[in-house]
Ligand binder design. Structure first.
Ligand SMILES: Nc1ncnc2c1ncn2[C@@H]1O[C@H](COP(=O)(O)OP(=O)(O)OP(=O)(O)O)[C@@H](O)[C@H]1O
Ligand SMILES: [Mg+2]
Length: 257
C-alpha cells in the first residue's frame, strides 16, 4: 500500500439531481489492497457516489482515477472493463440456469462467445471453454457454493445469491470490487461466511470499497473508513477515529427520529 499510488482516487466528485446536490465535492484516496468502508446515514449519497464511480450516473464534475487511469465519464461497460466492478453491473443471474452456468457466463467474453469462432476455430473454443469452466469451478468452491453448483439460481436463498454475486464478480478479475450493503438481508451465518470470503480475497490482494450499515462488519474489516453526510465527506481514517469524531456522531444523531 502506498499513499502516492492509490488504487482509487476521487477528486471533487459532484453529482446533482436538479437543484439537489447528492454528492458534493467528494475526494479521497483508497490504497491498493485495502477494504475501504463507506458509511453514513440514509440519504447521505453513498449509493449515488457508487453509481457515479461505476458510470451509471456520470458525475457533473470531479475526477476519478482507477489504478492511475481516469475513468470518470466512461460508460458503465468501459468502467467495468477498466477493472471497477459493482455487483449489479453484471446482469442478474438467470433463475433457470445453474449456479455454474451463471458463473461461467460472466467470464465468457472471450473467443468462445464470438459465434463464428465455433466454426473457424472449434479447438480454440473448447480449450477456452475448459479454462473458463475450471475457473468457474474454482470460484464457486471459494464462495462455498459447490454443493449447489448444479442447482438453478432461482432456488437459492438470499444469502446464497449474494455469494453467487460475489462469484460472478470474481470471474471478471476486477481491480476493485464495490459492494453496496452486502450484509443487508443476510442471516448471521451466511454473513459470517461472506465476511470470511471478503477477507480471504483481500488477503490475496483484492481491493474493496464497501457500503455497509452493519457496524460490526464495518468495524471488523474496513480500513480506512469514509463517512458521508448530506453529500459531503465528513471523515476519513480508522474506526476508532470515526467513533471519536463529533461530526460523525452529529450526522448519525441527526438521522434519528
Ligand atoms: N435519481 C435520483 N434523482 C433524484 N434524487 C436522487 C436520485 N438518486 C438519489 N437521489 C437522492 O440523493 C440522495 C442520496 O441518495 P443515496 O441513495 O445516494 O443515499 P445513500 O447514502 O445510499 O442512502 P441509504 O443508506 O439509504 O442507501 C437522497 O436524498 C436521494 O433521494
Ligand atoms: Mg444506498
Amino acid at each position: 500500500m502506498s499513499a502516492a499510488d492509490p488504487m482509487l482516487r476521487l477528486d471533487g466528485v459532484t453529482k446533482r439531481f436538479g437543484g439537489f446536490t447528492a454528492v458534493d465535492g467528494v475526494g479521497f484516496d483508497l490504497p491498493r489492497g485495502a477494504i475501504g468502508g463507506l458509511i453514513g446515514p440514509n440519504g447521505a449519497g453513498k449509493t449515488t457516489l457508487f453509481n457515479a464511480l461505476a458510470g451509471l450516473v456520470p458525475p457533473d464534475s470531479g475526477r476519478v482515477e482507477l489504478d492511475g487511469a481516469p475513468i470518470h465519464g466512461l460508460t458503465p461497460n468501459r468502467v467495468f472493463a477498466a477493472g471497477l466492478a459493482r455487483t449489479f453491473q453484471i446482469p442478474r443471474p438467470f433463475p433457470e440456469m445453474s449456479v455454474l452456468e451463471n458463473t461461467m457466463i460472466v467470464g465468457a467474453n472471450q473467443a468462445g462467445e464470438r459465434f463464428w469462432m465455433n466454426w473457424v476455430a472449434p479447438g480454440r473454443v473448447s480449450t477456452e471453454e475448459r479454462a473458463l469452466r475450471a475457473k468457474a469451478e474454482e470460484v464457486i468452491e471459494f464462495c462455498g457454493l459447490t454443493r449447489v453448483r448444479g442447482d438453478a439460481a432461482g432456488t437459492l436463498s438470499g444469502g446464497q445469491l449474494k455469494l453467487l454475486e460475489l462469484a460472478r464478480v470474481m470471474m471478471a478479475d476486477p481491480k476493485i470490487i464495490l459492494l453496496d450493503e452486502p450484509a443487508a438481508g443476510v442471516n448471521p451465518t451466511l454473513m459470517a461466511s461472506l465476511v470470511d470470503k471478503i477477507k480471504a480475497l483481500n488477503a490475496r490482494g483484492q481491493t474493496f470499497l464497501i457500503i455497509e450499515h452493519n457496524m460490526d462488519v464495518v468495524m471488523s474489516i474496513c480500513d480506512p473508513i469514509f463517512v458521508m453526510a448530506q453529500g459531503r465527506l465528513i471523515y476519513q481514517g480508522d474506526a476508532a477515529g470515526a467513533r471519536a469524531e463529533p461530526a460523525v456522531l452529529d450526522a448519525y444523531l441527526g438521522d434519528l427520529p
